[in-house]
Design a protein around this ligand. Structure first.
Ligand SMILES: [Zn+2]
Length: 233
């Protein structure tokens, strides 16, 4: 498998390209482009949340622990209605992810299991769409797209490394061909993954009013978001 350093380098470069393209040619602001670049970069590490130990894993959880409360800051403040409570809940989320995340994930996941799969990439992209607070669907789609891009870049890189570079005889290791996948070997993990994906898809479609708009596709919010892009800036 590709190492931590290769993953963050690869997704980092992709993120810069993605963010620059968004800011320079798609009418998003430079800050939105930079945030999309960061989303791509961080997402390039997400599949390895299933690795059971080691410094990279601690770093990924430390990074997520800092990023998640920050991204949810305004939302928490709206829920709680007070700065102090928002600060307190933000701290709780930090501690839960920082110190509880690795323990939970190491029990629930197998390295290169369903965390390394396309549906989980879609799941994280949906979380980014739902979690990123913006009035603009185009901006939310930009962030979700960055997460999906970074996540898939990790799977592609793992796929390359799983066949090895040594040449003539491609020595397939047991992880070979298992990164860019739709289903894993564990039935329970498959059911859990697709249940979460279905649930989140429903929430997303409902929140976006897409379920009500099925009769009238011209009013589709996603179509409006796409139409909104060239009108920006
Ligand atoms: Zn991996």
């Amino acid at each position: 498998m590709a190492a931590y350093r290769e993953h963050i380098t690869f997704s980092g470069f992709l993120g810069v390209g993605y963010g620059a393209a968004a800011a320079l040619s798609m009418g998003f602001s430079p800050v939105q482009g930079a945030l999309a670049a960061c989303a791509t970069w961080v997402a390039g590490m997400l599949p390895d949340l299933d690795a059971n130990n080691g410094r990279p894993i601690r770093e990924i959880f430390a990074l997520l622990a800092a990023v998640v409360p920050l991204a949810l800051e305004h939302r928490i403040a709206t829920w709680t209605g007070s700065f102090e409570q928002a600060l307190f809940f933000g701290l709780l989320i930090y501690l839960a992810i920082r110190y509880g995340g690795a323990a939970v994930f190491s029990r629930l996941t197998v390295h290169r299991g369903m965390m390394h799969s396309i549906p989980v990439g879609l799941l994280f992209a949906q979380l980014a769409y739902l979690g990123y607070e913006s009035d603009s669907r185009a901006v939310k789609l930009l962030m979700a797209g960055g997460v999906l891009l970074g996540f898939l870049s990790h799977l592609v890189l793992d796929e390359f490394y799983s066949v090895g570079w040594s040449g003539v005889r491609l020595k397939l290791n047991k992880a070979a061909g298992s990164a860019l996948k739709l289903f894993g070997k564990n039935a329970a993990a498959n059911v859990l993954t697709y249940s979460l994906l279905a649930g989140l898809t429903y929430i997303l479609l409902h929140q976006e009013g897409l379920l009500d708009d099925l009769q009238n596709p011209a009013r589709s919010p996603f179509r409006q978001a796409v139409e909104e892009i060239p009108a920006r800036g």
